[in-house]
Write a protein that binds this ligand. Structure first.
Ligand code: NAP
Ligand code: MG
Length: 500
């Protein structure tokens, strides 16, 4: 069993009161790790270290090149340690090995991308401010200060990278709190970061719970910004908590993304794509394609083929390369998903496949749910409106493309969306009208650190990735340099100053 301590001010420390918690492998319920649990005192210690590092340390004033080199070193270390990280991610989160391999590979690649973004010059020369030629006006983009990063359990390592990368690239210092369900790879990351040798206190990683460590991060006046990924409900709590000291917040929250298949789609590809959109990581993805919209003309054939293929999915041991779907992250998540299946039945949707717990001996100790498809779902029903966060697809039949777009937008969420069509123009027509932060055409789940990602409506506030994402980690400062030089020619000369 692995044991992890808190990483504060470049030291590994235990909690003052010796409190710990454990993590289990959701495939077999074995305890795999023990973590020091950061309480309020330890969280304050981490915040203080990040504050000192920002206010008195070298980090915010280092050159972009120096910072980029250290960020790149994290990417290199992840690559060097990838085998172990994959193994641990599978054991801790129930991710299939196929997904975990991709996650670790992409974590390294994204961090490398952030090291390049660290070199981007975000400052601007402004013109048209005051009388031309009379002043020079500059917009400087500076780090905000101490960033508290709070992340969920579905992509443990990747989420840590997605928060650390842009925060560090723009010169902030960070306290990162992973989810209590999946803290292993974040704490392994702390070890890699320690070996690189960042200036003291720039990166602090604390395992703990939202109720105390998380709450302290969101209320402590020494924290300047909160970068949160998680549920909409906790996002709302965080925004309220942050209001006390007017912290900047970016929130990446829930979704109920609509996947619209047009008549002319490549059916075989759209079926695979729809399955990938919903069943990837057991449906535990914020931007999963949870509502599939099918047209009358091809709907029945599409369904028949997709059901047949879904029933061939191999659900079981996540360490095996042949496994398509592993367990859900926890017993709580499994129960919540099964409750939604019951609700779907009560609401009159047609259960087309799945809906239960797999019976195979391989699955007997894990938190599994079968890949599940409901057909003829009413877009107003709870399984079409609420985030299930499990392998449950709601298929909604539509008559006209306008209907499909209207239903797709009839949601409190606006994170992702997709269109399948051979005609790019038709697909673009739909893409422009979907009120979501990302739209995939003949694709799904592809995010990259150069393209902004985030939510319309209650899916979030702000963007991650790209230049837009970097700017979320900066304050804008206007510097006005006078170039008039002559007292009498200044615009204010006639305004206040006595002439005699
Ligand atoms: P969650 O319950 O909202 O928790 C997310 C994080 O917030 C955890 O680290 C949690 O700590 C912490 N937290 C809980 N209450 C808090 C509080 N009062 N103050 C401060 N921190 C608090 O979400 P989850 O169940 O881990 O993850 C699933 C959700 O995340 C889904 O709704 C999904 O849509 C969303 N998600 C969104 C995106 C996106 O980019 N839009 C990506 C992935 C997931 P604990 O360790 O105690 O739980
Ligand atoms: Mg675990």
């Amino acid at each position: 069993m692995r044991e992890y301590q808190l990483y504060i001010n470049n030291e590994f420390v235990g909690p003052a009161d010796g409190r710990t918690f454990t993590s289990i492998n959701p495939f077999n319920q074995e305890v795999i790790a023990t973590f020091a649990r950061a309480g309020i005192e330890e969280t304050r210690g981490a915040i203080k270290a990040a504050r000192e590092a920002f206010d008195r340390g070298p980090w915010p004033h280092m050159s972009p090149e120096e910072r980029a080199a250290l960020i790149k070193a994290i990417s290199d270390k992840i690559n060097e340690t990838s085998k172990l990280l994959v193994e641990l991610e599978v054991a801790d989160s129930g991710s299939t090995i196929r997904k975990a391999k991709e996650d670790v590979y992409l974590s390294a690649r994204n961090m490398n991308g952030f090291s390049k973004l660290a070199l981007a010059d975000l400052n601007e020369q402004l013109d048209g401010v005051s009388k031309p030629g009379f002043s020079k006006n500059m917009l400087l983009r500076e780090p905000i200060g101490v960033v508290a990063a709070i992340i969920p359990w579905n992509f443990p390592l990747k989420m840590a990278i997605w928060k650390l990368g842009p925060a560090l690239a723009t010169g902030n210092t960070v306290v990162l709190k992973p989810s209590q369900e999946t803290s292993v790879t974040a704490m392994e990351l702390a070890k890699l970061i320690h070996d690189i040798g960042f200036p003291k206190g720039v990166i602090n990683i604390i395992s703990g719970f939202g109720s105390d460590a998380g709450a302290e991060l969101t209320t402590n006046p020494m924290v300047d910004k909160i970068a949160f990924t998680g549920s909409t409900i906790v996002g709302q709590q965080i925004m309220r908590a942050a209001a006390g000291s007017l912290k900047k917040v970016t929130l990446e929250c829930g979704g109920k993304s609509a996947n619209i298949v047009l008549d002319d789609a490549d059916m075989e590809m759209a079926i695979d794509g729809a399955m990938y959109a919903i069943f990837y990581h057991q449906g535990q993805c914020c931007e999963a394609g949870t509502r599939l919209m099918l047209p009358e003309l091809i709907g029945d054939e599409f369904m028949q083929k997709m059901i047949e293929k879904t029933q061939r999915m191999k659900v079981g041991d996540p360490t095996q390369m042949s496994t398509d779907m592993g367990p859900l992250v926890s017993n709580k998540q499994q129960e919540s998903v099964l409750d939604y299946v019951a609700k779907g039945k009560q609401e009159g949707a047609k259960l087309a496949t799945g809906g239960g717990v797999p019976k195979s001996p391989e699955c007997k100790n894990g938190f599994f749910v079968e890949p599940t498809i409901f057909d003829h779902v009413d877009n107003k029903s709870s399984i079409a409106q609420e985030e299930i966060f499990g392998p449950v697809l709601s298929v909604i039949r539509y008559k006209t493309v306008d209907d499909a777009i209207r239903m797709a937008n009839d949601s409190i969420y606006g994170l992702g969306g997709g269109v399948w069509s051979k005609d790019t123009e038709k697909a673009m027509h739909v893409a422009r009208r979907l009120r979501t932060g990302t739209v995939w055409v003949n694709e799904w789940h592809l995010l990259n650190e150069r393209a902004p990602f985030g939510g319309y409506k209650q899916s979030g506030i702000g963007r991650e990735f790209g230049i837009d994402g970097l700017k979320e980690y900066t304050e804008s400062k206007h510097v006005h340099i006078d170039e008039v030089g002559v007292r009498e020619k200044k615009t204010w000369y006639d305004t206040v100053v006595p002439k005699n």
